[in-house]
Design a protein. Structure first.
Length: 324
């Protein structure tokens, strides 16, 4: 057994809908070690955000965590009282969203909102507020932070606003940051800068990250390990090196084959045919079967079990053989 900071096992998160229960997260298990960056990748609607929200205790009616365990530094978060979760959120686990305005208040100066976030958790580090605020803003690459503290969010570019949101996440030196597509809305060169800086930051501070993205290229540039999500389940997991060099799930292979950086500019990218089935109307067998070249009758009838451990493995009856 590893000494994981976060150990999620058998997590099931369900939304009650008019068409019956929607299984957004279905039996997800994953582990994150201190200082590690886990990339969670999958197409839109595969359950990535709901996984992040579940870990943070942010699932609300009509949703609920139906089963599973979320052990964070030895403490069970699944079913923990709201006040326990509130204390952990922002203090020991922070979240960064795709839209920085989910974090930032447009009518407050950066200083005012950082102060609110800083004061929200007593018992934390006994830093001087201004010193700490300037320190984290500088860390995320905001020049002249001391002066920028008195600016409002609209005086920053999109990339700079996201940096401020990341700085706020860092204020209390969290053990874990869950970043949900935080660079998706930014242009490519800003994305690359932020990825490089976040990577250095994680290494330097020992903060672990779950970095969520629909884009495998982003994840590949950042993560130590990758978990591939499809229709509410993790279908493959491994080190970034393993996943890139020898993907075993046909879906992972499809994602890799449609990476633009593997093809000359303007070439038509191979796409995975078909689309992900609706989570409220999943087929009986493997949810990828109808899109899969390797599928057999078995795949249509039965859902494949996980083959592997908590660090690496695949959920497929006919995985690709690792080539030596
Ligand atoms: N509040 C909600 N009520 C009902 N269904 C939801 C709710 N939030 C998310 N879902 C459903 O859960 C599934 C997974 O969503 P999500 O985790 O946001 O996907 P991803 O982040 O991978 O794009 C989707 O089918 C989505 O429609
Ligand atoms: Mg999402």
């Amino acid at each position: 057994m590893t000494n994981a900071l976060l150990r999620v096992s058998g997590l099931k998160t369900v939304f009650a809908t008019r068409n019956g229960p929607l299984r957004a997260v279905d039996n997800v298990s994953l582990e994150v070690e201190r200082g590690e960056i886990l990339g969670l990748v999958g197409e839109s609607g595969s359950g990535k955000s709901v996984t992040g929200f579940s870990i943070l205790g942010l699932i609300e009616e009509p949703g609920r965590i139906e089963a599973g365990s979320i052990l964070f530094d030895g403490q069970e978060l699944a079913g923990a009282p709201a006040q326990v979760l509130r204390r952990i959120r922002g203090h020991r686990i922070a979240m960064i969203f795709q839209d920085p305005m989910m974090t930032l208040n447009p009518v407050l100066t950066i200083r005012a909102q950082m102060k609110l976030a800083f004061d929200a958790h007593e018992g934390g580090a006994k830093d001087d507020f201004t010193t700490r605020a300037i320190e984290v803003l500088t860390k995320v690459g905001i020049p002249d932070a001391a002066h920028r503290l008195d600016a409002y969010p609209h005086q920053f570019s999109g990339g700079m606003r996201q940096r401020v949101a990341i700085a706020i996440a860092l204020l209390h030196r969290p053990d874990l940051i869950i970043a949900d597509e935080p660079t998706t809305a930014l242009d490519v060169s800003i994305q690359a800068q932020i990825l490089t800086e976040v990577r250095a930051l994680a290494r330097e501070t020992g903060t672990a990250l779950i970095w969520i993205s629909h884009d495998l290229a982003t994840i590949a540039a950042l993560a130590n390990r990758i978990a591939v999500m499809y229709a509410g389940k993790i279908v493959e997991q491994g080190t970034t090196r393993e996943i890139l060099r020898m993907p075993r799930h046909p879906y992972t292979q499809g994602l890799l084959n449609s990476r633009p950086d593997r093809f000359p500019a303007k070439a038509k990218l191979p796409q995975i045919r078909g689309s992900m089935p609706s989570l409220s109307n999943l087929p009986r067998g493997c949810a990828f079967a109808s899109r899969c070249d390797r599928a057999t009758d078995l795949c249509a009838m039965q859902s494949p079990a996980w083959q592997g451990d908590t660090q690496q493995g695949v959920r497929c009856f006919h995985p690709l053989e690792p080539n030596p």
